[in-house]
Write a protein that binds this ligand. Structure first.
Ligand code: BGP
Length: 475
């Protein structure tokens, strides 16, 4: 067997990602500081696996010093989390900051920097304040957009000189897609119109925050973390290719194009109109989006999407859903992560890199999330109690291999962030599927234990070299 060593570029980021709500827990949280996720958990706990959720999460709020030490143990150069908007403010409308939470954020940043780990932050990772959802309808309101921009200004003012990588949102499409398109998440309301209103409000918020950041003259980069779905048609037939193209418009280009090119794709606007979706952004809003595109993006890439021409005609009396134009296609024989129900195909990384290069001006980007959630990992413990997660090492290696190959072919990718640093809480799945380089032991006071992959990641980060088996079936 021939083993090859692939070198990482010198400045390549090897980090990990998480978010505030998935790690911090509610210690120190005050009445009225619930996020949308907290409200969902409080109102509908039965859908959260084994009752776990954001209430304690990994208790990062109290244990961040210990965790930052562990970041060094597993060799992270960078760590991305979010600042929890719902907790950062005591009064969202008046912009009154919760100094206790703000001070905690400052301590986290300072401790990371003192340990040689660069922090990156999203301003929102589903942490829309529940109060703003109830009172204003959340992102249906332009007042909420402006409150978010003011919060961002305050965050930059406090931490802008220390933190050099900022993102407005993590996966801004997700909440409204699950809630208003698919109606499978709290508060379970089907409203495709609202779905588009929320998309637009978030695109507008990103542009306004990019503007505010530039006006502040900070020395860093600002972008947005998206989850572009690498979408393949079942076949080369026109009807399947059309299904994939339309899927791409509704789920990817609706955010990629405004963020990077400053405009919505014409074909998307035509399809919305043709299906009775009343989407009429003002000329002023479109100009803000046009003039304030991002410096870079994060792309979260987990699995491929496959679609085919729709199996049936969309029923007349059912509200419009993009599914009118496609059906999901399951590739026979596909490789699966059965715990999560996601297909594995590491070549998505190369394909997305080439797309960003060819269709989006080769804008700078990072692979901001990629990882493997596995159920019941304790079954893989060795006699010393360490989880032997060779499957995770294999998963990461194969994705990194395709990323390095893309960089060789000119992709402007500056880093890889694993999801996740420690095991953490997923929406609904809670601690069911474990993603971490570090185990969180729920039976034993949430104690941390580095998995085999954690030590492997450290080695990777120090050697800056991926050892890859040339004869592997995964090429
Ligand atoms: C991404 C989200 C993360 C994280 C991850 C894993 O889409 O940005 O917050 O949860 O997916 O997915 P899941 O937690 O659903 O298994």
């Amino acid at each position: 067997m021939t083993k090859y060593s692939l070198k990482f570029p010198n400045d390549f980021i090897l980090g990990a990602a998480s978010s505030a709500w998935q790690t911090e827990g509610w210690s120190g949280k005050k009445d009225g500081q619930d996020s949308y996720i907290d409200a969902w958990y409080k109102n509908d706990r039965k859908v959260w696996h084994n009752g776990y959720g954001p209430a304690v999460a990994t208790d990062f709020y109290n244990r961040y010093v210990e965790d930052i030490d562990l970041m060094k143990v597993v060799g992270l150069t960078h760590y991305r989390s979010s600042i929890n908007w719902s907790r950062f403010m005591l009064d969202y409308e008046q912009g009154i900051v919760d100094e206790e939470y703000a001070n905690y954020v400052e301590q986290v940043i300072d401790t990371m920097l003192a340990n040689g780990i660069e922090p990156m932050f999203c301003l929102e990772h589903y942490e829309l304040p529940a109060y703003l959802l109830d009172k204003y309808g959340g992102w249906s309101s332009l007042e909420v957009v402006d409150m978010f921009v003011n919060y961002a200004r305050e965050v930059f003012r406090r931490y802008g000189s220390k933190v050099k990588h900022w993102f407005t949102f993590n996966e801004p499409i997700v909440v409204q897609t699950r809630v208003f398109l698919d109606a499978i998440r709290y508060p379970y309301e089907q409203d495709t119109n609202k779905w588009m209103v929320w998309n637009h409000a978030k695109n507008l918020a990103t542009a306004k925050i990019v503007k505010a950041y530039r006006e502040g003259g900070y020395e860093g980069k600002i972008g947005v973390v998206l989850n572009p779905e690498v979408t393949y048609p079942r076949s080369s037939a026109l009807h399947d290719r059309r299904a994939a193209e339309i899927y791409d418009l509704f789920y990817n280009r609706v955010f990629l194009d405004p963020a990077i090119k400053g405009e919505y794709p014409e074909q998307l606007l035509t399809l919305l109109k043709g299906n009775g979706i009343d989407f009429e952004p003002s000329a002023e809003e479109l100009a803000i989006i046009k003039n304030n595109t991002v410096d870079f993006i994060g792309a979260n890439l987990y699995y491929p999407h496959r679609v085919k021409a729709p199996e049936a005609e969309w029923p007349r009396d059912v509200p419009f859903h993009p599914k009118k134009y496609f059906s999901v296609f399951e590739l026979p024989g596909r490789e699966m992560n059965f715990s999560r129900g996601w297909e594995i195909d590491p070549a998505i990384v190369y394909d997305m890199a080439m797309r960003i290069k060819n269709d989006y001006g080769n804008i700078e980007w990072i692979l901001s999330e990629n990882g493997m959630g596995i159920e019941n990992e304790v079954q893989f413990k060795d006699e010393n109690g360490q989880i032997q997660d060779d499957y995770r090492i294999d998963f990461i290696s194969r994705h990194l291999y395709h990323l390095l190959r893309a960089i060789e072919d000119g992709a402007n990718c500056k880093g890889y962030m694993l999801w996740s640093f420690t095991d953490n809480v997923s929406p609904m799945n809670a601690f069911k599927n474990r993603y971490g380089l570090v185990e969180i032991d729920l039976e034993d006071n949430r104690n941390r234990r580095v998995k085999k992959s954690g030590y492997w990641y450290k080695e990777l980060s120090e050697s800056r070299c991926l050892i890859f088996d040339q004869d592997s079936e995964y090429r």
